[in-house]
Ligand binder design. Sequence first.
Ligand code: GDP
Ligand code: MG
Length: 370
Amino acid sequence: GDAITVADLAQKLAMKGGDVVKALFKMGVMATITQSIDHDTAVLITEELGHKAVAAGANDAESELLAHAEEVQGEKQQRPPVVTIMGHVDHGKTSLLDYIRRTKVATGEAGGITQHIGAYHVETPKGVISFLDTPGHAAFTQMRQRGAKLTDIVVLVVAADDGVMPQTAEAIQHAKAAKVPLIVAINKIDKSDADPSRVKSDLLTYEVVAEEFGGDIQMVELSAKTGQGVDDLLDAILLQSEVLDLQAVFEGRATGVVIESALDKGRGPVATVLVQQGQLSKGDYLVCGIQYGRVRALFDENGTQVQVAGPSIPVQILGLSGVPEAGDDFVVVADERLAKDVAQQRDTKRRELRLVASAGNRMEDILAQM
Ligand code: GDP
Ligand code: MG
């Protein structure tokens, strides 16, 4: 294997060079900081130190962060629901999202650039609803695997002319596993061969039981093409939301989750985040996964600059040190120092865990050869 200098190894382990030299000495290896050690020795010392490095000391900034988070507890108020649309391919997910966006999203300033930011919110006379504009089961599953619980309600789109199909069943499983309530949107009722009652009876097989059959699942017949029934769907979502009694703290430092992110040539790292608690404002310092930064600008779904965003509202932000990952959480902190410390410690920790994991694998190889 390749040799590595003690200094480089120390850096990888986020340790002082002298401490690595000492640890090597205890193992019977004499090396100065500028000297190289062979790969196997590096693996052994990493294994020896890695766990300790991960376990000790690395959590100081995190605990300061937690202390901050506890400070922000305030009075909870009702918050808007966050909705994900799922369903079989071609059943009309994109059409429905587009229809709602086109007809219900408050239009921005003249000249504002409408852009895809992965989520949008609508203001209906009865309340606000946020939609995650990322149909696709993969995105939903990925978010869940990363521990992000973003969605309050799943709208399951089933085309009335096609009925329950494999991805319909899959979406039901996903929603059930995530314990997220379903509303069924029976779409394409404008078509002559639409058969909504067949959809309802098919769904019985999956224990998705309509209210008219004695169950508790709201089913709305609609057309994403003509718009018929779409308002009923929005009403159904708000009704479900009331039942769920969704709440959040509206004041104080914001926390939330990254929905999507990218590196923009001109603007640098951009992230669409969903605020979950508190209020995110321009100028806030935040930690976002292993990135940190100061919010330079916030944009809504119309590409219009906004000053603040509260719970359940998606916004695109600029000002991060790097591109975070979808599903990463973000936390607003008091100052840049803490933001940077937490981000760096997380980064170090992630690397160490990776090193320890690979050292572990190497150890198994070595043992296997003995
Ligand atoms: P997705 O794969 O679930 O995102 O489905 P799309 O939104 O791309 O729709 C698939 C096809 O069905 C497109 O050709 C749409 O124009 C059509 N479609 C969607 N909704 C309706 C509807 O309510 N009525 C009719 N007639 N066609 C629809
Ligand atoms: Mg689509």
